[in-house]
Design a protein around this ligand. Structure first.
Ligand code: ZN
Length: 77
């Protein structure tokens, strides 16, 4: 599990990514390729994400999972 991934490494990954919105607390697990971030983008992933629930941009906490069980635990909290 890796905290504070950057866009570039997520764009190159098939991993699952967990995102928790700091504004509304919504927690989701998505596939890295569904985030639409680009290789060569070296911003922190959090800066590029908009919450799908409340629409807040750039205020979330993201983690990159190495193992499926980590993502399952994260989603279940
Ligand atoms: Zn939100």
């Amino acid at each position: 599990m890796k905290f504070a991934p950057i866009c570039h490494e997520v764009a190159s990954s098939d991993a699952l990514v967990g995102i928790e919105c700091d504004n509304c607390g919504q927690r989701v697990v998505v596939e890295a390729r569904d985030l639409g971030v680009a290789k060569g983008d070296y911003r922190p992933l959090e800066e590029a994400l908009r919450c799908r629930v409340c629409g807040t941009l750039g205020r979330s906490t993201a983690v990159l999972f190495d193992e499926l069980f980590e993502a399952q635990n994260y989603a279940a909290r």
